[in-house]
Design a protein around this ligand. Structure first.
Ligand SMILES: [Zn+2]
Length: 114
């Protein structure tokens, strides 16, 4: 379940569990600018972005494992086509995830690049 948008300044009010998870960051609270994941502590990763970026809003979902967080990150990157992602932001790749979005623009782009 995707929850949000929440204010990135108040991460700790909304993300209370120490858990893996995935998130979407936004500057205007409407469109996705950046998709990321945390393998072990979603709140800590979001706090980092709160202090070192100019995003103002976020959506997030807890996952039960790091693998699931990375899969969700992939899925959302393809579904929402965030403007600021240049690759898998968690730096974790090589899962057996496959995009199932028909006519996915992100896949078309990465095919064009390679
Ligand atoms: Zn895709």
């Amino acid at each position: 379940m995707l929850a949000g948008p929440f204010s990135l300044r108040y991460v700790h009010l909304f993300v209370g569990n120490q858990s893996p998870g995935a998130f979407i960051l936004s500057k205007n609270g409407r469109s996705a600018n950046f998709v990321g994941a945390s393998p072990d502590d979603l709140a800590e990763t979001l706090e980092h972005f709160a202090q070192h970026s100019n995003y103002r809003y976020f959506w997030f979902a807890y996952t039960s494992s790091a693998d699931e967080a990375v899969e969700l990150e992939h899925t959302w990157t393809h579904r929402y086509q965030p403007s600021d992602n240049t690759g898998p932001s968690s730096g974790i790749d090589g899962t057996d995830w496959h995009c199932t979005t028909t006519g996915c623009a992100t896949c078309a782009l990465s095919r064009a690049r390679s």
